[in-house]
Each structure stands twice: as C-alpha cells, then as structure tokens.
Write a protein that binds this ligand. Structure first.
Ligand code: AMP
Ligand code: TRP
Length: 327
C-alpha cells in the first residue's frame, strides 16, 4: 500500500449538487493524477456541517457524491477514497493545529468572510476554524500536491504556513504541500458570468449539475446570459461567451481558436445549442454508470479506503503527538 509515488490529496464537500465547475475545476484534474501520484480523495463531511445540513440529505449527498466520483473515473484500485468523519485523526490533528494558528490568520480568510455574510444567522466557530481542519486533512498524509480550484488557494497557503511553523517549533514532521491549480480552474455562473459557478447559488440556472437531465441542460444553456454584440470570441469584455467557450473547449478538447472560427458567423444561439449537446453527451455515460453502482459496492470501497486512510494518518498523528510531548 505504501508507494514511492508522491501523494496528492484533495477533498470535496458532500453538500448539495456537484456541478460542471466542480468537475472541470477539480475532478477532471484528479483523473489525470491517478497514475503519477498516490491519490487520496476525501469526502469532507465535517466541513459540510459548518453550514446547517439536514441529516437525511447529508447522508444521501455523501452517498451520491461517492457514486459520482466513481462514475467520473476515480478508480478505487488506484486511489484511496474515504469519508472524513470516519477517520478521527483529522479532528485530532485539527485541534493540535488550532494551538499554532493565529486568530488574525483565520480572520483574513475570504471564504470565511463570504460565508459569514451569507449565513449571518449561523456564524459558528466551526466555520471560522474550517481552514485548520482542511490543513489537518492535507498534512496528515504527508501530501506533496493539493489539486484544487483557485478559490482554495488561500486555504492551501495556510496549510503550508502551519506545516512550516510546526516543523520549526517541534522539528521536521510535515511535508510542505504545493497547491496544484488546473486549467478550467474558474468556471463562472451561467446567470452571472462575473461570479463563479456555485453549488450554493439560489438560482439553479447558475449551474449545470452532473445529474441534470437532458431537458434541464438544454433549458439552462438556452437561458444562460450572453454578452452584447454577436461575436463569438474569448475576451475579457465578453465574460459570458468566454465562459461558454471555456466549458465547450474543456469538455470537447476542441481548441478555443477553432471554436471561435466555427461560430464566427453563426452567433450565440447556435453556440449555445451545440454546447448543450456537448454537455449532454459528456454527462450521459457518467449518469448511466451511476445507475449501475449499488450500496454494497460503495460500502466495500469505503471500507477499504477508510482502513488505508486510518493507517496512514495514524502514522503522522503519532509522530506529531510524540514531538509535542503528548505521549
Ligand atoms: P466546493 O464546491 O467549494 O466544495 O468545491 C469543490 C472543488 O471544486 C474545489 O476544488 C473548488 O476549487 C472547485 N470549484 C468549485 N467551484 C468551482 C468553479 N466555479 N470553477 C472551478 N472550480 C470550482
Ligand atoms: N475546502 C475545500 C472546498 O470547499 C474542500 C476541502 C476540505 C479540501 N479539505 C480539503 C480540498 C483538503 C483539498 C484538500 O473545496
């Protein structure tokens, strides 16, 4: 099980839907890493509960997300897949890291500031401490690279800072992780191309969920906002069309230049019509594969992943405790 390959670790929250922004910003890049790295993919349910969840829905979403991972091509023979709350070392290390994290470092976090504004009625301590738990996730596995979208960069930076700080205070313990930001790192909302596509958007027209059916996809793309003018071109003054072109390009592998040429005189409507079909064809095999996965299979995969994650994380946690005088 212990390989010579460098370690890649990433996590995704099992809250709500998974959209093509998540796929293109993270899962797609993970697929490409599976051979070169020992990949560890974690369903971070303790992060999800920093925002109020309905228990039955959280359970359903976690199961659904696992199936999605598998259907997208995450291979349990190559990668370790597990649920964060089933490996206690994560919260244990988070507590320890809390003691070397400064309030000011967490107060600066953009995501905290955003969420504290968005969920005014529930600005809980967990939401504030979220980046420290994420640092624990990463550092427990002696992670070399963390493939995430751009929005998570600040959190990975904190993990690096804490790793350095701990190593300095108590001696070499943690590998310093590097963020790995893939292309397609920021897909924008279909209803507002100035903001990122987001699973917490109030308007479902903001995103294409990986589980959306054919009619929904056609409708959402048809309704996606466009820019003024007619020209199909990747350009900063055309944020909406640039976003559609980027999605088209990343899902079809057709270079943007070729797409611009193809749609020169055809206008936005034709671009949208074709893009909807590209998305539908891309999602079809994923959706079909999901239907073939039963709970017995997913339970087996999780049990194996949890076992491996427990063994690896315990090695680091024991070292940390020893260095600090805790055992
Ligand atoms: P989250 O939706 O915050 O749980 O994010 C899961 C993963 O998807 C993280 O790696 C994010 O950086 C990535 N991600 C989320 N939204 C987008 C987006 N609109 N474009 C690209 N990547 C995204
Ligand atoms: N905070 C990340 C997000 O919202 C999810 C996450 C939790 C994560 N722990 C992680 C990502 C560790 C990478 C590594 O996207």
């Amino acid at each position: 099980m212990l390989t010579q390959k460098p370690i890649a670790f990433s996590g995704i929250q099992p809250s709500g839907i998974i959209h093509i922004g998540n796929y293109l910003g993270s899962i797609k890049n993970w697929l490409e890493l599976q051979d070169r790295y020992q990949c560890i993919f974690c369903l971070v349910d303790y992060h999800s509960i920093t925002v109020r969840q309905t228990p039955a829905e959280l359970r359903k979403n976690t199961e659904g997300l696992l199936k999605l991972y598998l259907a997208c091509g995450i291979d349990p023979k190559k990668s370790i897949i597990f649920i964060q709350s089933q490996v206690p070392a994560h919260t244990e290390l988070a507590w320890i890291l809390n003691t070397i994290t400064y309030l000011g470092e967490l107060k600066r976090m953009t995501q905290f500031k955003d969420k504290a504004t968005r969920y005014k009625e529930n600005v809980n301590v967990g939401l504030f401490d979220y980046p420290v738990l994420m640092a624990a996730d990463i550092l427990l596995y002696q992670t070399n690279v963390v493939p995430v979208g751009q929005d998570q960069l600040q959190h990975v930076e904190l993990a690096r800072t804490l790793a350095h700080r701990f190593n300095q205070l108590y001696g070499e313990t943690f590998t310093i992780p590097q963020p790995l930001i893939g292309k397609g790192a920021k897909i924008m909302g279909l209803d507002d191309p100035t903001k990122k596509m987001s699973k917490s958007a109030k308007n479902p027209g903001n995103y294409i969920a990986l589980t959306d059916d054919v009619e929904t996809i056609r409708k959402k793309i048809a309704r996606a906002v466009t820019d003024s003018g007619y020209e199909v071109k990747l350009s900063p003054d055309k944020p909406a069309i640039s976003n559609l072109l980027t999605i088209y390009h990343l899902l079809s592998n057709i270079p943007i230049k070729d797409l611009e040429k193809k749609y020169t005189d055809k206008g936005y409507a034709k671009l949208k019509k074709d893009l909807a079909e590209v998305i539908i064809n891309f999602l079809k095999p994923i959706q079909e594969k999901i239907k073939t996965l039963d709970q017995k299979t997913t339970n087996q995969i999780l049990a194996a992943g949890t076992r491996k994650a427990q063994t690896l994380s315990q090695l680091t946690l024991n070292r940390v405790k020893e260095k600090m005088g805790l055992i």
